[in-house]
Design a protein around this ligand. Structure first.
Ligand code: HEC
Length: 128
């Protein structure tokens, strides 16, 4: 192969490799997790349902960025962690099904679901 043709190919390969590294969040998995894990605890505690559509995209983005759940008593990340999933999986199908998903991926999944389901999102959603 001549250098002239090989170079663009190399550039294309590099682009492809970097695209493959960025995680493409799965809002459907996020929805299942939010509804099964986050919501089931909210309805069992005095707080009640927290619909994604109760906030705007900007509000959800800020909430997830701040990563402070319950006014900073704990992180949001804690509730998507493998450790947390392991602790509830005997009684929670979603936690069991997603037991091995990397924490960061599940966090992104929940985040894109919340953004999508926001008041001004693509598809405003309730939590059940
Ligand atoms: C173990 C139970 C439990 C789980 C699991 C849980 N939450 Fe909560 N959540 C609460 C309670 C209780 C509150 C009320 C806040 C307080 O006073 O602690 C709350 C409040 C919230 C609020 C309102 C703002 C705030 O932080 O006070 C949001 C938003 C929220 N939760 C999101 C989530 C998301 C997203 C998940 C899943 C990744 C999740 N929660 C998992 C119990 C839970």
């Amino acid at each position: 192969m001549k250098l002239k043709t090989a170079l663009p190919l190399l550039a294309a390969t590099a682009l492809f490799a970097s695209a493959a590294q960025a995680y493409d969040a799965d809002w459907k998995r996020g929805r299942v997790y939010y509804r099964s894990v986050c919501t089931s605890c909210h309805v069992a505690s005095p707080v009640g349902q927290i619909n994604p559509s109760s906030r705007t995209k900007a509000e959800w983005a800020a909430y997830m960025q701040a990563d402070k759940h319950g006014k900073g008593k704990e992180t949001v990340r804690q509730y998507v962690s493998k450790q947390y999933r392991a602790s509830i999986k005997s009684g929670n199908k979603a936690a069991e099904k997603f037991a091995d998903v990397p924490d960061q991926e599940l966090f992104e999944d929940v985040k894109v679901f919340l953004m999508r389901g926001a008041k001004d999102g693509e598809s405003p959603a309730s939590c059940s």
